[in-house]
Design a protein around this ligand. Structure first.
Ligand code: GLU
Length: 404
């Protein structure tokens, strides 16, 4: 498959997925005119979920809609909401949402479990593992977890903000094989299909290259169009990057009609994102999907080459440190040309990292006054991007030092 090219044709199938996460956008679930939940649509979705479960799959749902459903119940009108109004709307809408799912799935004797997460639940390793265990336990017991952001306590700074990335974080957390984003569009187009008649539908994406990112443009978010949902194509591609980096395939499929999931399962047009071929360990998946790296370390060409061979990043190979971060925080690692090589957990706080830049490891105790780790980012704490990992595989194939 050509590097970085989008290719048409549906090479992956839902039938191959053992565990899948389905993300439902507000615009599908909540009627824009009345603010009511589209129960008939939801009942049809529940039928499709029940069929997938009957065929032995674990199904998890990430659902938006609490704010959209709650604003009407609180008489908040149709205009833009302030943060505290959104939180209030979410608090009341979420009960309504949970009830709607419960009613729809109870028709098939399926139990629903509600899980509300905050970024700390996926971004802090210990809480991440805890949430994973609970969710997997629910799947084992036959329930369908219905997950949303805990919007009521989320503040502007500490929130996912969109359920596309939340769904991707959840999908990799539970080691799902497939994430399906049910959306108001049947996938990614080479240009905005609403304005460009020559826009071409993209059937599958092997790698999320700058060309692919450019296709999403900076199209206005749905929030500005319909006032209901937050995600646009940009957050969907961000979600795809998180999912495929964690070894989970992703698809964007049309969700408007009833039985959209069945239509997708039967092969309706969608955009498929192929998962990374060399899967990361669970810990590296978590690092790779980190939502908010708080800083960056620039490295020289020698270090970049060493990293792609699976080596650790030593202070000697680092050329600059950006941002303010603590020891153990996630940072981006950038090559000499500024390209993203990967993400890693830095063994030093930003200020200390700056002081040991370009220095030999043996000099660290004298410079800092304490004996820290030899590596700035240990190889075990570094998740390389697909392209850098690809280079590593190529080096290994060529009999190089990639497997050291
Ligand atoms: N968590 C928000 C809600 O349930 C939606 C976020 C989004 O639209 O992606 O209303």
């Amino acid at each position: 498959m050509t590097d970085g090219q989008a290719t048409d044709g549906q090479a992956m199938r839902l039938a191959d997925a053992k565990r899948l996460v389905v993300k439902i956008g507000s615009a599908l679930l909540v009627d824009a005119a009345t603010g009511a939940i589209r129960q008939d649509w939801l009942d049809a979705l529940a039928d499709d979920v029940a069929a997938l479960k009957a065929a032995g799959r674990d199904v998890l749902i990430v659902s938006s809609g609490s704010i959209a459903a709650g604003r009407r119940l609180l008489g908040l009108g149709r205009g833009a909401l302030k943060l505290e109004e959104k939180q209030a709307a979410a608090a009341t809408g979420q009960i309504r949402l949970a009830h709607a799912y419960q009613t729809a799935l109870a028709r098939h004797g399926i139990t629903v479990a509600q899980i509300l997460v905050s970024p700390a639940d996926t971004e802090e390793r210990r809480r991440h593992l805890n949430a994973r265990n609970t969710i997997l336990q629910l799947c084992k017991l036959g329930a369908v977890p219905v997950i949303n952001e805990n919007d009521t306590v989320a503040t502007a700074e500490i929130r996912y903000g969109d359920n596309d990335r939340l769904a991707a974080r959840v999908a990799t957390m539970v080691s799902a094989d497939l994430l399906v984003l049910l959306s108001d569009v049947d996938g990614l187009y080479s240009a905005d299909p609403r304005t460009d008649p020559a826009a071409r539908h993209i059937g599958s994406v092997d790698e999320i290259t700058p060309e692919i990112l450019a296709m999403a443009g900076d199209a206005p978010l749905s929030a500005e169009r319909g006032g209901l949902s937050t995600g646009g194509m940009v957050t969907k591609l961000d979600a795809a990057r998180i999912a495929v980096g964690g070894g989970c395939a992703m698809a964007i499929a049309l969700g408007r009609e009833r039985h959209a999931l069945k239509a997708f399962a039967d092969g309706a047009r969608a955009t498929w994102f192929r998962p990374a071929t060399e899967p990361l360990t669970a810990r590296k998946r978590w690092i790779s999907g980190a939502l908010t790296p708080v800083g960056a370390i620039h490295v020289d060409a020698g270090a970049a080459a060493a990293l792609s061979r699976g080596k650790s990043l030593l202070p000697a190979g680092a050329t600059a440190v950006e941002g303010a971060f603590e020891r153990g925080d996630a940072v981006r690692v950038l090559g000499p040309d500024g390209a993203l090589l990967g993400k890693g957990l830095c063994a030093y706080a930003a200020d200390d990292a700056r002081r040991i830049l370009g220095r030999r490891t043996a000099e660290i105790p004298d410079i800092l006054g304490y004996d820290g780790r030899s590596e700035l980012v240990h190889a075990d704490d570094l998740a390389l991007e697909g392209a850098a990992r690809g280079r590593r595989a190529a080096v290994a194939d060529a009999g190089g030092r990639g497997l050291e």
